[in-house]
Ligand binder design. Structure first.
Ligand code: HEM
Length: 117
């Protein structure tokens, strides 16, 4: 019953993050806000973060959420757009609904460390 396993382990999580970053790159609502991001690093740190949150054997090595998102003026609408992209990728990759909801529930509390900073 580990979320990590339900997401397909590290391989599944990396596939999920691949899909998410691709989807963001095609999402005109938010793509411009990622103009200065380092895609390779983002792929690694986001995968680690999801792996750790899901109870997997990873340790997040990125910077803290407030630091990376401060000064970016990320709106609630942008946050919701990214979450929508994530849900679409999880649907597309046939991640079970229960696992989708568990992951979303782990990410939702981060909203305050991301928006309007
Ligand atoms: C649940 C929502 C989100 C999570 C879990 C999340 C997580 C992360 C993580 C783990 C990093 C990498 C930190 C590092 O490498 O040290 C990051 C960076 C970043 N995030 Fe978010 N983020 C979220 C929402 C957003 C939104 C909505 C935007 C903008 C629309 C955004 C814009 C960025 C940008 C531009 C970076 C790159 C910073 C850099 O490369 O210096 N994030 N985020």
């Amino acid at each position: 019953d580990s979320l990590y396993q339900d997401l397909g382990g590290m391989t599944g999580i990396e596939t999920l993050v691949d899909g998410l970053l691709f989807r963001i790159s095609e999402d005109s609502r938010i793509v411009d806000q990622f103009a200065d991001a380092d895609p390779g690093r983002l792929h690694r740190t986001l995968s680690e973060q999801i792996c750790e949150l899901a109870g997997g054997p990873c340790v997040y090595s990125g910077d803290d959420m407030v630091t990376v998102h401060t000064g970016r003026n990320i709106s609630e609408a942008s946050f919701n757009a990214l979450v929508e992209d994530l849900v679409e990728v999880m649907e597309y990759q046939h991640i079970p609904i229960r696992a989708q909801n568990r992951l979303l529930a782990l990410l939702a509390p981060m909203r305050g460390e991301i928006i309007r900073l």
